[in-house]
Structures are given as structure tokens and as C-alpha cells.
Write a protein that binds this ligand. Structure first.
Ligand code: BGP
Length: 496
């Protein structure tokens, strides 16, 4: 057997992408609730009302900038916000969890929507209805022997904090986060054992809105907000351990931005790959080791980035080291110092993030490079660097599915997942990586984070919902449903 007996097979989701019920039972809006829909080649936008109440929009990829002074982010008339309704999991969770249990899920990753618990983020007292909802969800998971794996903040900073204080730019947000995490660690003590602090925290390099509700691409700002998040993450780890020493609390990186290849063996390309990978490693270096690495401090000096690192911050970082390294992996990134090397998908709003075209690899319909060996490379690199247990908490293929006769023949998805699980097995069997589990992204179709589409599907379960806001919301099993059930039943031995 390659994988541990207690290997956590399952899937991963985020509150804002599946719950819907965005304003139910006292919930406040989060940053996801002012994001309109986009597509592979059209960016989502963020909507606001200016000081005179006039509506406006800014693009959320590319060069993010703040709206005019005096504006507040808000939903505006006549726009459609896909995250408002998600796939209605707020109401359908018992049936959805039963379907996942049918596949034999050992674990389900989900996030707590911070603004369900503290509607603006700033309240002194939590909202009981929000807390009670997650009690019901966790109890339901336990009844099905599914271990909850909970992200404390998954692209859903309360909008109240953003409009009042520019969110994570303000140190006071750390205290609000502490209050929130203390509340949920206490409430769900004994019900939840696996936690992660910030989803894909290194997204702060490429989209500070998703990471922190910050409409800025200027590192002089994004790295300040980042520092506050790193301190908040460390404090959360400390608090979580104090409340229950059994808690396992991890960091979470998007390693699609950490698995970086040089386009050529030109030494300058190799250095550029090292530099770009360190943009990602910086976050886990701090979260695993407890202090800022030298290359990051030098970068700040060079670029005039000033962070306020107090003595208390240093202590918190040192005392709040994570128990494991969680990461998402969808694709690798290739980098070149030669500007004539073509980008993998120049028309994508993510063009710069996706990097240059790797001639050895194919790409998905959204321009994401498909690279299973890159998953083995990622596991090897992360384990070698940290010697901590690793946890793959997202992986999968976003694809267009066609529902025919109540099912989807998604053999392309099976092929993608199979190749990635094989690569993961090689890392465990042949390289000795300590791996806790594998959670594929969106086991039931959810709203895409980057584009807001339903059309970009990852699930084993098809949800009848379309990008024009039509659809019955009915669930259908895809071909991959039975395939994944078999994978889990054989602890990854039978990959079909
Ligand atoms: C990660 C996010 C998820 C998720 C996934 C797939 O970056 O943590 O929230 O959505 O990627 O990305 P997308 O939905 O853009 O296809």
C-alpha cells in the first residue's frame, strides 16, 4: 500500500463558491459578493458606489486600483453576482454530503464564511445563526464519517472591514480575525481537527483582492497587508493549539505559482525561476519556520517596501508555526527572461500569471498548463524544504461538461486526475514524501473563483446551473463519480 491507512481522500470547497444564501440569517457581505461574472477571456469586475451614490466598476485582474475617494464597494443594480446564490449548498448540504459519502469520502474541505459569524468583521459578539449553520454541517459530516477540513479564510474577507479600514491594510483587522478564530476554534472544539488559516495566501502576489480585499497591485501596499495576514495566521495557530492541542493547523499555498520551470537552461532563466518560486515560498518559509527569509528582506530594501515588524510580531511568527503544509496544485508555471517567448494564453486576464508556453505540455480550455509530473516535483520540493507533512488540498481540471441523458462522460477529467494521483504515488513510494491526503477541487460543481463561471466545472457531481442564472440546481452523477469511489475504496490502488 502506497498511502497511509488514514489517508484523507476527498474534495475541497469554499463557502463563497457554493453556499449561496449570501444575505440569509444575518450574514454580512464578503468581498466575493461584489464580484460580477467573467469568462476565460473577460475579467470579472468589482462594483462600487461612489461618494454621490453613482455606480462604477473596476477590473479585478491586471492592474488593480482603488475606486475614487469616498466610494464603497457594494452590489449595484442590474448586475449579476454568481456567488450570491452559489449552488445553494446552504439549503442542500444534507443531500450533497450524502452524495459525497456515497463516493466514500474520508474528508471534505470547506471554509467558514467569516461574515456569517461576524457580519461586518467588527462586531464584538458572533451571530448565533451563522455558528449554528456550521454546527449542522459538521454534525452531518460526522454522521457520514467524513472529517471536516476547515479553512478559516478562503477569499472572503468581510466587506465591512474593507469599506471601513481597507481591510488587511489596517492592523486592527488582526484583532478582528483573532476574535473570529477564537470563536470558531472554541465552538467547534472536538468537531473539527484539521484547519488551515488563509487559502492560497501567496495569491497576495497576484491578486490582493481575492487574498485580502485590497484593490491594489502595488507591493508597497500588498506586502504590508501580507505582513498583517502572516501575523494573524501565526496568532490563529497559537490560539488553535491553546484551545485544543489536538488541532492540526496548516498553511495553504497556491503551488501552481511555486512550481516554476526555467524556459531554457540559460543561467538567467534559472535565476528568474528561483526568484519567482521564492515569491511563493516566502509565505510558507514564514509560516513553517517562523521568520522572514533573507531574500525577502533584501527585496523590501531594494524596492522600498516598508513593513512595521514589531517585537511582538516576531514572537508571534516564531510561536505560531504550522503543523503541516497544505497546497493547491493545478498547473506549473514556466518563466523566461526573453520577452519574445510567447505567453501560454495572451488573451487571458491571468496571462502574466500563467507564464510562457511550455513546449512539452498541453493546456486546458482556460489556458492552464497540464503537468502531472509537476505535482511530484512540487511534493519533492516542499518536503525537502520543510520536512513537514504535506496535504494536497486542491487539484483538478476545470472543463466544459455536457449533460447527456442525466450524466456526463468526463473521461478527460478521469485522465487528468489519474495522472496526478500516479505522480503523487511516485512521490510517496519512490521519494518518501509524507503525505496526509488528497482533496480534489470542487467535487460538486461550484462557481469558479477566477472567472465566476459555472461553465468551468471540476466536479464528480454535475449541478444544473448556467451562467445566465438559469437551471434547476438538480444534481447528476458524472462518470468520474464511480471512478473516484473505486479510487477511494482501494486507497488509491485501483485507478481504473
Ligand atoms: C484556487 C482557489 C479555489 C478554486 C480553484 C480553481 O485558486 O483556492 O477557490 O476556485 O483555484 O480555480 P477556478 O475556480 O478559478 O478555476
Amino acid at each position: 500500500m502506497s498511502f497511509r491507512d488514514d489517508f484523507l481522500w476527498g474534495g475541497a470547497t469554499a463557502a463563497n463558491q457554493l453556499e449561496g444564501a449570501w444575505d440569509a440569517d444575518g450574514r454580512g457581505p464578503s468581498i466575493a459578493d461584489v464580484m460580477t461574472g467573467g469568462s476565460a477571456h473577460k475579467t470579472r469586475t468589482l462594483t462600487y458606489l461612489d461618494a454621490d451614490g453613482k455606480p462604477g466598476k473596476i477590473e479585478f485582474f491586471g492592474d488593480l486600483h482603488e475606486p475614487p475617494a469616498g466610494s464603497t464597494f457594494a452590489p449595484i443594480e442590474g448586475e449579476w453576482y454568481p456567488n450570491h446564490d452559489g449552488i445553494d449548498f446552504y439549503h442542500t448540504y444534507p443531500e450533497d454530503i450524502a452524495l459525497l459519502a456515497e463516493m466514500g469520502f474520508k474528508a471534505l474541505r470547506l471554509s467558514i464564511s467569516w461574515s456569517r459569524i461576524f457580519p461586518t468583521g467588527m462586531e464584538e459578539e458572533p451571530c448565533e445563526a451563522g455558528l449554528a449553520f456550521y454546527d449542522r454541517v459538521f454534525d452531518c459530516l460526522r454522521e457520514h464519517d467524513i472529517e471536516p477540513v476547515v479553512t478559516l479564510s478562503h477569499y472572503e474577507t468581510p466587506l465591512g472591514l474593507v469599506n471601513a479600514w481597507n481591510g488587511w491594510m489596517d492592523r486592527r483587522t488582526i484583532e478582528c480575525f483573532e476574535r473570529y478564530v477564537r470563536t470558531v476554534f472554541t465552538r467547534y472544539r472536538g468537531k473539527v481537527r484539521y484547519w488551515m488559516t488563509f487559502n492560497e495566501i501567496n495569491v497576495m502576489n497576484t491578486n490582493a483582492w481575492l487574498g485580502a480585499g485590497l484593490a491594489s497591485s502595488d507591493p508597497k501596499e500588498t506586502m504590508v497587508a501580507t505582513h498583517h495576514m502572516l501575523v494573524a495566521s501565526a496568532r490563529a495557530v497559537k490560539i488553535g493549539h491553546e484551545i485544543d492541542p489536538e488541532n492540526q493547523i496548516g498553511c495553504m499555498l497556491t503551488f501552481s505559482q511555486g512550481m516554476v520551470y526555467p524556459y531554457s537552461c540559460r543561467p538567467e532563466d534559472v535565476h528568474a525561476a528561483w526568484e519567482l518560486a521564492n515569491r511563493c515560498y516566502f509565505f510558507s518559509d514564514v509560516q513553517v519556520r517562523g521568520y522572514y527569509p533573507s531574500y525577502q528582506l533584501k527585496r523590501y530594501e531594494r524596492e522600498g517596501i516598508v513593513i512595521d515588524m514589531t517585537e511582538q510580531d516576531k514572537r508571534d511568527l516564531a510561536e505560531g508555526c504550522v503543523d503541516y503544509v497544505g497546497f493547491s496544485y493545478y498547473r506549473s508555471t514556466t518563466v523566461s527572461t526573453d520577452p519574445s517567448v510567447p505567453l501560454v494564453d495572451p488573451a487571458s486576464p491571468l496571462a502574466k500569471i500563467l507564464g510562457v508556453k511550455n513546449p512539452y505540455l498541453s493546456v486546458s480550455d482556460w489556458g492552464w498548463t497540464i503537468d502531472p509530473v509537476g505535482l511530484r516535483n512540487s511534493l519533492d520540493a516542499l518536503y525537502d524544504r520543510y520536512q513537514k507533512p504535506l496535504f494536497i488540498v486542491e487539484n483538478g481540471l476545470g472543463a466544459i461538461d455536457e449533460l447527456v441523458d442525466g450524466t456526463v462522460d468526463d473521461s478527460y477529467r478521469i485522465a487528468y486526475l489519474k495522472a496526478h494521483i500516479e505522480a503523487m504515488r511516485a512521490a510517496v513510494d519512490e521519494d518518501g514524501v509524507d503525505l496526509m491526503g488528497y482533496l480534489s477541487w470542487g467535487p460538486i460543481d461550484v462557481i469558479s473563483a477566477s472567472t465566476g463561471e459555472m461553465k468551468k466545472r471540476y466536479g464528480y457531481i454535475y449541478v444544473d446551473r448556467n451562467d445566465d442564472n438559469t437551471g434547476s440546481l438538480k444534481r447528476f452523477k458524472k462518470r468520474s463519480f464511480d471512478w473516484y469511489r473505486q479510487v477511494i475504496a482501494t486507497n488509491g490502488e485501483d485507478l481504473g
